[in-house]
Design a protein around this ligand. Structure first.
Ligand code: FMN
Length: 162
């Protein structure tokens, strides 16, 4: 299957997570194409779409919502899986519903129903963020580190209803 993977990122975390998804889909015999939401093509030529973002102050990056909004009709006509990477998912027991609501807010407005939702922990690698973003995370006493669980990401991809 031709699978379009669209990510929105600031520090590269959502891109690198999406790239692990692409690797896994290739190993399953599919044809993934990885694209930044800022420049991603029309989904019309693809069988399936996977779209996801990192989080800033409780929201996806705007570029992903904008791309989804522009292509609403094409997305409604094919399977759409979405994912979110963020630091709240370091503690899924406490924050899972809140993180799920971030993507639901964007899709709900457009009446889109995803076939799968992936919620994954991200990273705080200070050198990957700009000065102000680093400052905000430090003021919030965020511990630095790469909290991604790439095996969970691969398992989610293997479980997609393709
Ligand atoms: C300014 C700022 C605000 C953030 N706000 C949230 C937030 O509200 N909830 C959350 O879980 N993570 C938040 N994060 C953490 C990021 O979502 C996390 O670092 C993610 O891995 C970043 O991926 P990206 O750079 O690809 O978007 C924030 C990070 C920054 C720098």
């Amino acid at each position: 299957m031709k699978i379009l993977i669209v990510y929105a990122t600031g520090s590269g975390c959502a891109r690198e997570t999406a790239s692990v998804m692409a690797e896994e889909l290739s190993s399953m015999g599919h044809e993934p194409r990885l694209e930044d939401a800022k420049t991603a093509p029309d989904p019309a030529g693809f069988d399936v779409v996977v779209a996801g973002s990192g989080v800033r102050a409780g929201h996806w990056h705007k570029s992903l919502g904008a791309w989804i909004g522009r292509h609403r009709e094409a997305l409604a006509a094919r399977p759409l899986a979405v994912f979110t990477v963020c630091l709240m998912m370091r503690n899924p027991g406490k924050h899972q519903a809140e993180v799920r609501a971030i993507g639901d807010a964007v899709l709900g407005k457009l009446d889109l129903k995803p076939v799968a939702v992936g919620l994954f922990p991200g990273w705080f690698l200070p050198e990957r963020f700009g000065f102000f973003e680093r400052l905000i995370l430090k003021m919030m006493k965020t511990p630095s580190g790469d909290f991604r669980d790439l095996e969970a990401v691969r398992a989610w991809v293997r479980g997609l209803p393709l």
